[in-house]
Design a protein around this ligand. Structure first.
Ligand code: HAM
Length: 418
């Protein structure tokens, strides 16, 4: 039998109720903050990701699903959504009337990481991006939205980590301090990090190899090198979080795995998922729109790991799909034909109805109705048809009522309409 690809998974109907609940809750909250849905392709030219996420990142170096298509183009399954949304913002000149635009998207991303609990090769993100707002208050608003969403969903035991990665003005001084340290520990670094040290030393701070982690344990933190403007920006963000009751922890080591970040970066971490502790991450990327060919536009966004959120909530809450409002237990050909007609009309009128299409005993049909968690069962056999009455059983109270078959569809609609 052909099995699915390692690191990919099926999301079965028993699980999708929770996925839909999260999706609806997120879409409604983001809508209330003015985020409109955007849908971008799951594949882009490789160059888009290489240039925005950065050549020296783990994602671009090791994790992208990249291939040459039959026309000779080098394409990549998106490892994240930000780059595509920035491309769309520029390509459709969405800045033309008003540079302030806010988008969200929900969909699959692809990274060829080593699969484990909470880490997949196809995973889903709930992603939000805001363009054209320089104010640090929007940074606080983004974190507020995440906090509120998690609270609304009932997610427990999370923590907001926050840091600032500065801007091109503060980076050179920090870079030099970091290089001074890295020069002294070069032999301890992995081969990737030795190359990164020359090209992009900040990336060494994000290396997962234990030897490299140890080597940079005493590294300087960029937040101690911020220019006045970045410092003031960061202080306003943390001040607003405090003023609005959002607890956070300053994490000077939070550098994020993508190159495009500037200034505020953040992650939401949880203790519920073992090693995969980040359930959401994001930050500012004030230089990216311009770097990809658009006008200079500040921007900020986040992405929630949808699979991880489902796993946390699955441990904490129980959400299952509702059973049918009505199960029609029909006995005999004539009753089944009548039941089929009613089920079509009731289904068409917005009521979830199931029936038994096979020739099964009443006992077997009641058992199935129970298993499906039907709210009511309508029992109809030859005798009921002859008498012009069917029996409606409330499965919760066990109460039974007789309904005239004449006009039964309207009667059922009135009684059972949600
Ligand atoms: P990221 O930190 O790479 O950021 O991913 C965001 C979240 O996606 C992570 O916190 C995690 O929950 C989830 N995630 C990442 N990789 C996997 C995986 N292999 N399996 C399951 N879940 C995973 C970004 O992607 C940025 N685009 C976020 C952003 C938006 N920054 C600005 N705007």
């Amino acid at each position: 039998m052909i099995q699915l690809i390692r690191g990919f998974k099926d999301i079965l109907p028993a699980e999708t109720a929770l996925w839909q609940h999260i999706e609806r809750t997120a879409a409604s909250l983001l809508g209330d903050f003015g985020y409109g849905e955007i849908r971008v392709p799951i594949m882009e030219k490789t160059e888009l990701f290489a240039r925005s996420i950065g050549e020296d990142t783990d994602i671009v170096e090791k994790e992208m699903y990249t291939f040459v298509d039959r026309g000779g183009d080098t394409l990549t399954l998106r490892p994240e959504a930000t780059a595509s949304i920035v491309r769309a913002y520029i390509q459709h000149k969405m800045y033309a009337d008003d540079p302030v635009r806010k988008f969200y998207t929900i969909g699959p991303m692809f990274r060829r990481e080593r699969p484990q609990k909470g880490r997949y090769r196809q995973f889903y993100q709930i992603d939000a991006e805001a363009f054209g707002i320089e104010s640090p208050l929007v940074d606080a608003q983004m974190i507020y939205m995440l906090h509120t969403l998690f609270e609304r969903l009932g997610v427990q035991d999370t923590q907001v980590l926050i840091n600032s990665l500065g801007c091109p003005d503060c980076r050179p001084r920090f870079r030099q301090a970091l290089l001074d340290l890295l020069d002294g520990v070069e032999e301890q670094l992995c081969s990737d990090c030795r190359r990164r040290k020359a090209n992009n030393p900040l990336r060494v701070l994000d290396c997962k190899v234990p030897g490299c982690r140890e080597a940079v344990a005493g590294a300087p933190a960029i937040i101690d090198y911020l220019c006045d403007a970045c410092r003031a920006h960061f202080d306003t963000v943390t001040g607003a979080l405090t003023a609005h009751g959002i607890p956070f922890v300053l994490d000077k080591r939070l550098v994020r795995g993508l190159d495009y970040y500037t200034r505020t970066t953040f992650e939401i971490q949880t203790t519920a998922l073992g090693a995969q502790s980040a359930v959401a991450g994001g930050g500012r990327y004030d230089g990216l729109v311009q770097a990809l060919g658009g006008p200079a536009t500040p921007a900020i966004g986040f992405a929630i790991g949808f699979d991880r959120l489902v796993e946390i909530l699955g441990q904490q809450t129980q959400i299952t799909a509702a059973g049918p409002a009505l199960f029609i237990a029909a006995i005999g050909d004539a009753a089944r034909a009548a039941a089929f007609d009613w089920s079509l009309r009731l289904g068409g009128a917005g009521l979830y109805v199931e029936m038994e299409h096979g020739d099964k005993s009443l006992k077997a049909q009641m058992k199935r109705a129970n298993r499906l968690d039907a709210g009511h069962v309508l029992i109809v056999g030859e005798n009921e048809l002859a008498a012009g009455k069917a029996v409606l059983r409330d499965m919760a109270t066990k109460e039974q009522t007789e309904l005239p078959i004449d006009g039964i569809v309207d009667a059922l609609r009135q009684r059972l309409a949600p």
